[in-house]
Design a binder for this molecule. Structure first.
Ligand SMILES: [Zn+2]
Length: 221
């Protein structure tokens, strides 16, 4: 059994708690930097919540090989409302403080009035700083691929092999203010964007990625 803690890492625009679960590796595991996995930063991608809740269930009996933080739902208000954006109608994956952040709006891509001015973005950014995470896994839908930024290439290719999904270097369009741009491109951390081809909370979305997600958090050795 692994040590498991539940924490609230912040509150949404509407005051709902953003919940995380943290697993510590057994004492015999070799030292590795912490990992953070998160889902539903886009509220209309509930499959990402399912994938991470299933992974968290599995880690209770089979602990990870590194400190692992799982946040199944970052955009809690959006998930409950069925919207991509948060309750301020901002796309949280355009709200990160990358140097490319801009206030320019495109349809469906409202980045906010200032970088990281949204509480959900702030909560995730603060957690990354606080725990010193170097492996960051963002779960999205619906492209069916494993995308990497920064130092994530080797991990992305292994996850692609385990899932049968293709590994891609970038999304094929610019993402100013995105999570991957800030933490992968600019900070050179190990950043992976998992794109599930499912949208709703379908069990197949978990089963197809199960081995790849398990790989991300390592076995204790
Ligand atoms: Zn998304």
């Amino acid at each position: 059994m692994s040590e498991r803690r539940e924490l609230v890492i912040g509150y949404t625009v509407l005051g709902r708690p953003i919940e995380a679960v943290c697993f510590s590796p057994p004492s015999y595991a070799k030292a590795r930097p912490p990992a953070i996995l998160f889902g539903a930063i886009h509220g209309d991608e509930p499959v990402s919540q399912l994938m991470l809740e299933r992974l968290a269930d599995e880690l209770i009996e089979r602990p990870p090989g590194r400190e692992t933080w799982i946040i199944p739902v970052v955009n809690v208000d959006g998930l409950l409302a069925g919207t991509r954006n948060n309750a301020n109608d901002i796309d949280l994956n355009r709200n990160f403080a990358s140097s490319s952040w801009g206030s320019e709006r495109r349809p469906g891509y409202n980045p906010g009035a200032a970088p990281e001015d949204q509480p959900e973005t702030q909560a995730l950014a603060a957690l990354i700083e606080q725990v010193g995470a170097e492996r960051l896994i963002a779960c999205h839908a619906t492209y069916r691929m494993i995308n990497w930024d920064g130092r994530g290439e080797e991990l992305a290719k292994k996850m692609a092999e385990l899932s049968g999904y293709p590994a891609e270097r970038d999304m094929g369009y610019p993402c100013p203010g995105s999570f991957g741009t800030k933490y992968g491109v600019e900070r050179n951390l190990e950043v992976i964007t998992v794109e599930s081809p499912y949208l709703m909370a379908e069990e197949a979305g978990w089963l197809e990625l199960r081995s790849a997600l398990r790989w991300c958090v390592d076995l204790p050795d």
